[in-house]
Design a protein around this ligand. Structure first.
Ligand code: GTP
Ligand code: MG
Length: 420
């Protein structure tokens, strides 16, 4: 099993409710409001790690929920914050929303991204005490959060990607140049999932990825190719391995054209990747003749390294060629994208909650922004505030909810009397 694309469901914690407790003590009649605030809900945090190479773990666990904030209590006791949930993903995982927009590229080991924020806790009733309202018997509710569906896509990060037909010797090559021990056998599709290996050479080192063999139609899903082509998207250099001897009765020149076509029709942007050609199986009959034909046709466009991988011939030449190329190339970079937030800051949104008879609270992006800007002591500023509420339909909506002249409206830290 190798999972490199999976849908999961995530939810941040709800905010805890504020408490509407009134202080009681022996011999004290009305001790006033002492309800504490609700705790904030936990966040959903993604962390990139190199200790995983697949998304297999998500086959077993698809739901991740952060803890809810606890409700506030008496004596101004604050509700406990909900616990964050940490989702560990392999480096190279791209997180997308249900529309396919990129939410995060988990590119670097240890990278942490807060993908969902927990709901705010509601304020306890003591926040709502005023000179006219000594004992508010209401408190704010915590913000409830929703569940989101996200797709995780693993796009392996490697410096070098090995491409080519099945059985040409890609895994053999990885095994002789790196520390990796991929399965090698004389049949097609021996490799079923990408293998990564670290190649060290003096003070340089680079990561090589061996992907399953490609065949005609791979870009449209034939063979195993399609789903694995995404693993070469993020390499800096391709090494195209050919069976130059044509031992399976194919012409290596047409193999070369065919595989390139598949790669570039999967993603035309891959044309930008430099390519080195390995003419493998030089020990076999016809290899020399084919190499000459290949050189004649492609020699001025590609660097060609003849190899007999099974006896380690040509290894140094190849590594030298790769290191030289990599040195000229920019370092690996994360995807360029404008991250899309799962939880939209809907700055035009507002909601009305009836806290008590004749007491309404307006919440949401629209008023949060507004209440920060408004200065209650300034008459013009307050007039502006009311005008915006009217223009954006907040006043009409309050009326619909039952607000009448004299009702109390709470917006953030601002409280005023409703005037129809
Ligand atoms: N004669 C000869 N055989 C080789 C050479 N390199 C690899 N082979 C053989 O070719 C066969 C396929 O090798 P693999 O490394 O498994 O090929 P692959 O490209 O990874 O194949 P898939 O994983 O199926 O795509 C094995 O039997 C290897 O021993 C070589 O230089 N000369
Ligand atoms: Mg293989």
């Amino acid at each position: 099993m190798f999972i490199d694309k999976v849908k999961i469901y995530i939810k941040a914690g709800n905010g805890g409710n504020g408490s509407a407790s009134l202080h009681t003590e022996k011999y004290v009649n009305n001790g006033g409001p002492d309800g504490g605030d609700g705790g904030k809900g936990g966040d959903v945090v993604f962390v990139a790690t190199t200790s995983e190479n697949t998304l297999n773990a998500f086959h077993f666990q698809k739901h991740f929920r952060a803890g809810d904030g606890e409700n506030g209590g008496r004596q101004r006791s604050f509700g406990k914050q909900g616990a964050d949930v940490v989702v560990k993903v392999p480096v190279g995982t791209v997180v997308k929303n249900a529309d396919g927009d990129i939410v995060a590229d988990m590119f670097e080991d240890g990278q942490r991204e807060v993908i969902l924020r927990g709901g705010k806790g509601g304020r306890g009733n003591w926040h709502f005490k005023t000179s006219r309202r000594q004992s508010p018997s209401f408190a704010e509710h915590g913000v409830k959060t929703s569940e989101y569906e996200v797709t995780l896509e693993l796009k392996t990060i490697a410096d070098v990607g090995l491409v080519g037909f099945p059985n040409v010797g890609k895994s053999t090559l990885l095994s002789v140049v790196s520390d990796a021990k991929p399965k090698i056998a004389n049949y097609h599709f021996t490799t079923l999932s990408p293998n990564l290996g670290v190649v060290s050479c003096y003070d340089a080192s680079f990561v090589m990825a061996d992907i399953p063999g490609l065949i005609e139609g791979a870009s449209e899903g034939a063979g195993l190719g399609h789903s694995f082509l995404r693993h070469i998207e993020r390499t800096r250099l391709l090494v195209h391995v050919l069976d130059i001897s044509g031992s399976e009765d194919r012409d290596p020149l047409s193999d070369f054209e065919l595989i390139n076509n598949e790669i570039y029709s999967y993603d035309a942007a891959l044309k930008k990747l430099p390519m080195i050609v390995v003419a493998n199986k030089m020990d076999m009959p016809d290899a020399d003749r084919n190499l000459e034909r290949f050189r004649a046709k492609y020699g001025d466009r590609y660097e060609i390294v003849p190899m007999t991988t099974i006896i380690h011939e040509g290894v140094e030449e190849l590594i030298d060629a790769i290191v030289k190329r990599l040195q000229q190339l920019p370092p690996p970079a994360p995807l360029t994208y404008t991250p899309v937030k799962l939880q939209k800051d809907k700055s035009d949104d507002f909601a009305i909650e009836t806290l008590d008879e004749g007491v309404y609270e307006v919440t949401g992006g629209l008023v949060e922004e507004l209440s920060r800007k408004v200065n209650l002591d300034d008459y013009d500023s307050f007039r502006y505030f009311q005008r915006v509420l009217r223009d954006r339909g907040v006043i009409a909506e309050l009326r619909k909810n039952g607000a009448v002249d004299g009702s109390t409206v709470i917006v953030g830290d601002i409280e005023f009397e409703f005037v129809d």
